[in-house]
Design a binder for this molecule. Structure first.
Ligand code: UT7
Length: 341
């Protein structure tokens, strides 16, 4: 797959105004679903799941716990770290492919739950790439002086669209949310660059065909399982590695740095073999690569957001470090961002 990037810029910096991540937070549901439990649900084994994906367990939201609940809890933690109150938030962007409902947006539901009633709010869908897309959008509002404080969230309740009888997919995904607060700060820290890409020609590799205008819910569509996530795993895998490597290299090129300058690479957590292949092609050391996939599985738009929070709270990232986020997902979509922490 050849990956090209439009509109390249060396640095995001609008008349000297930069955008920093001033707080991060994450939340995962309490319920842990282990590989051993999955062995009792479908024809699979801990050995297969571990060796083919690296996943040991994932979190599953309660029946009465929705994407907006996970998002709100992650947001509250990010707001606490940033020292930001709900009244200060100007904009809420929720990246998700599992909104509470088609409308109103999950962002509006989060706004209500937070009491952030001054904020405007909308959802953004770029599947597993959503958090980087949302960061880029939020950053544009901060740099253009439109908004002072932007809350960006990646949140998913993937357990609600997984076919629990399909071993090809049900072992892979989990629920969770991660959030970041964006503001301008008078220093050189912040989002240095981000790149995004998409290839709609490969839209069918990973999709949920039912429930939209093309295939509204009918008894037949539900009986045919069209409201479940489906994926061509092998093709998705190949495209993921190529796109993530290209996006990461392009982001570093725009910042005029190489991989040795990056303290921590946070890749989308979909499969340990994808992460290792990306790491190998980028020449990372094992210490540079952040992995929490074994605990959560693939949480789509929440994946790098949760990982960023864990990398910060565990002390793997400290002030001044360069961090590379790199993502890939349905669409196809992909992206990368370099952050000076
Ligand atoms: O977040 C968006 C991006 N997502 C990704 O990037 C995911 C990309 N894809 C993958 O991670 C991998 O392709 C999978 C983990 C989904 C699958 O791994 P694979 O090595 O590509 O396996 P496969 O699909 O080629 O399946 C190999 C075999 C098949 O059996 P046969 O046909 O060879 O007899 C599958 O039926 O493994 C079988 N299989 C399983 N066996 C036990 C598939 N799922 C399971 C399972 N347990 N859970």
């Amino acid at each position: 797959m050849s990956v090209s990037f439009k509109n390249p810029r060396a640095n995001h910096n609008f008349q000297g105004r930069t955008c920093s991540i001033v707080g991060v937070g994450s939340y995962v549901p309490e319920r842990i679903l282990t590989n051993a439990e999955l062995e009792k649900m479908v024809d699979t084994s801990d050995d297969w799941i571990t060796s083919r994906t690296g996943i040991k367990e994932r979190r599953i939201a309660a029946a009465n716990e929705f994407t907006s609940d996970l998002a709100t809890k992650a947001a509250e933690r990010a707001m606490k770290m940033a020292g930001v109150t709900a009244e200060q938030i100007d904009l809420i962007i929720v990246a998700t492919l599992t909104p509470d409902m088609p409308f109103p947006s999950t962002a509006c539901l989060v706004q209500r739950k937070l009491g952030a009633l001054r904020a405007t709010a909308f959802d953004m869908e770029a599947a597993c790439s959503g958090f980087i897309y949302a960061l880029e959008i939020g950053q544009q509002f901060v740099m253009s002086h439109t908004y002072e404080t932007v809350l960006v969230i990646g949140a998913e309740k993937l357990s609600s669209i997984v076919n629990w009888k399909d071993r090809n997919t049900c072992v892979l995904f989990g629920d969770g949310a991660g959030a970041a607060i964006l503001q301008h700060r008078e220093n050189s820290h912040g989002l240095l660059t981000s790149v995004m890409g998409a290839d709609g020609n490969k839209a069918d590799l990973l999709s949920m065909p039912g429930g939209g205008s093309a295939c509204p819910a009918t008894p037949e569509s539900v009986a045919n399982g069209l409201h479940y996530l489906r994926m061509d795993g092998k093709e998705t895998f190949k495209n993921a590695v190529n796109a993530m490597v290209s996006a990461a290299n392009e982001a570093m090129r725009r910042c005029e740095i190489d991989i040795t300058k990056i303290k921590c690479v946070i890749p989308h957590q979909a499969n340990q073999r994808i992460i290792s292949a990306v790491g190998e092609r980028l020449n990372t050391t094992p210490e540079q690569l952040f992995v929490n996939l074994h605990k959560y599985g693939n949480t789509s738009a929440a994946s790098v957001a949760i990982a960023l929070d864990e990398a910060v709270s565990s002390g793997k990232i400290t002030s001044g470090d360069l961090v590379l986020l790199v993502v890939f997902g349905a669409g196809l979509t992909w992206g990368a961002a370099v952050i000076k922490w």
